[in-house]
Design a protein around this ligand. Structure first.
Ligand code: AMP
Length: 441
């Protein structure tokens, strides 16, 4: 029960108002340690309740501070504008019975208006690294009184190339007493490096063992012959599956626009979300999708990162994500807060090895699904018997390390040469799917 956490009564009142009864696992683990003043490194995905896990102890520290508001006392750094807006809403809800005020500094919004907001000095500032630095360099921001620094989705900020900006901003918060770092994945060397630099003797809380993820979500694959065939399957799924809201993920902006165009042509009401859209359009698409103005959103990973959408119960991977972690992020959007979800990945010959590497990473096998109305010719690699002949095939396979010889590749044992979990291509929007190497090692 929340009441067992030693939170200020004004915060408990807000928690009750939001009808939160039981803390989620990440809240139960992180809140007491954060209240005790520890630095934390928390591995937990979006949808786990991680926002309240850092916002509540942060507000608890600030709630009793008296006197006029003269300094920024807490900074939440995060990767995207959408996540920043959602986090601001949560801070405002939790702080509704206190005098604590929060402000937002992200790109895509009016610079001067932000500067004016900063002159009023919010207690809690939430922002993306790029614009925060611009405001800092313009002399509009003083972070020297920040007591608590939160790095939310730190792994994603690093993926997006914000390492230097993050370090600079952390240095600006030189007098902080506590740093809380949240990431959805365990991350790589860059994250370890950042942790070493910004955290002080942190407690590491692992709340999302990958294999335990998405328990409420069924995960299926449907094989497809090519992109046009995938589009037919998508149409079929949208017409025949029962769902409240669906996201279709693509790896590129071009493909997102293309699918969106086809859906609109077929009179399916949909929105599209990717990095080329201006901030106003993105905001509008998210708001209208949340409100139920459309049941379908087509999105790239970066654009959809961190979105918390109620009732999202269908995720379609039009393109297979480029790594196991990205897959986890995508499907983590369904089955949130205990709901049921369905995640369907569309797999062509080129996607197969990547898909099976993600299965191995997650230590689970996706359900194979065939829809007879839209069945194509490709059904996955042909099974090879473990006989002398098969051994011959195996030898040949070694010459096929780069996945170049299609005939041999089709005879492979499934996943025999699949890549380990690793990003296979460049960042969002860079490499058209068709040109992607089938399975670079
Ligand atoms: P987050 O992972 O912070 O994006 O939270 C995901 C969703 O779960 C949000 O809509 C929260 O409002 C909701 N949520 C967070 N904590 C709780 C809780 N203890 N009880 C019920 N819902 C919660």
């Amino acid at each position: 029960m929340f009441s067992q956490l030693t939170l200020h009564e004004r915060l408990l009142k807000a928690v009750a108002e939001l009808k939160f009864v039981e803390p989620t696992p990440v809240q139960a683990a992180a809140i007491p340690l954060a209240l005790a003043g520890r630095d934390l490194r928390v591995t937990a995905q979006t949808g786990s309740g991680k926002t309240a896990a850092f916002v509540l102890p942060m507000l608890n520290r600030l709630v009793d501070l008296q006197g006029p508001r003269v300094e920024i006392r807490a900074l939440i750094l995060l990767p995207t504008r959408e996540l920043a807006q959602q986090t601001l809403k949560q801070v405002q809800l939790f702080a509704q019975f206190t005098y604590i005020k929060a402000g937002l500094v992200t790109g895509g919004e009016d610079f001067k208006e932000q500067a004016a907001m900063l002159r009023k000095v919010p207690d809690v500032l939430i922002g993306t690294p790029g614009r925060l630095l611009e405001q800092l360099n313009a002399g509009n921001l003083d972070l020297s009184h920040v007591q608590v620094l939160v790095l939310d989705e730190a792994d994603r900020m690093l993926d997006m190339g914000f390492a230097e900006d993050m370090e600079r901003l952390c240095k600006e918060c030189a007098n902080r007493q506590q740093t809380l770092l949240f990431s959805a994945t365990t991350g790589g060397a860059a994250l370890r490096d950042m942790i070493g630099k910004v955290l002080n003797d942190p407690e590491h809380l692992m709340l999302n063992r990958v294999s335990q993820l998405a328990e409420g979500t069924r995960q299926q694959i449907i094989t497809a012959d090519h992109d046009q065939h995938k589009e037919q399957i998508v149409q079929w799924l949208l017409s025949n599956e029962t769902f409240k809201k669906a996201i279709i993920f693509t790896n590129t902006r071009t493909m997102a626009d293309r699918i969106y165009g086809h859906l609109v042509a077929k009179e399916v009401k949909a929105f599209v979300l990717h990095g080329d859209k201006d901030q106003k359009d993105r905001k509008q698409a998210i708001e209208r999708f949340k409100e139920g103005g459309s049941k379908v959103l087509v999105a790239t990973d970066v654009a959809a990162r961190g979105l918390d959408i109620d009732g999202l119960d269908l995720v379609i991977n039009f393109d297979m994500p480029r790594s196991g972690d990205e897959y986890v992020h995508r499907i983590g959007r369904t089955g949130r807060a205990g709901g049921e979800g369905l995640a369907i990945s569309l797999i062509t010959h080129n996607d197969w090895n990547l898909m099976s590497s993600i299965e191995r990473y997650l230590k689970q096998q996706f359900e194979r699904r065939v829809i007879k109305e839209v069945k194509g010719t490709y059904g996955g690699p042909k099974k090879v018997k473990a006989s002398g002949k098969a051994a011959g095939v195996k030898k040949k396979k070694t010459t096929d390390k780069k996945g170049g010889d299609k005939k041999v590749a089709a005879k492979r044992k499934p996943a025999a040469k699949a890549p380990r979990n690793a990003p296979l291509a460049s960042a969002d929007g860079m490499a058209p799917l068709k040109k992607r190497a089938p399975a670079a090692e």
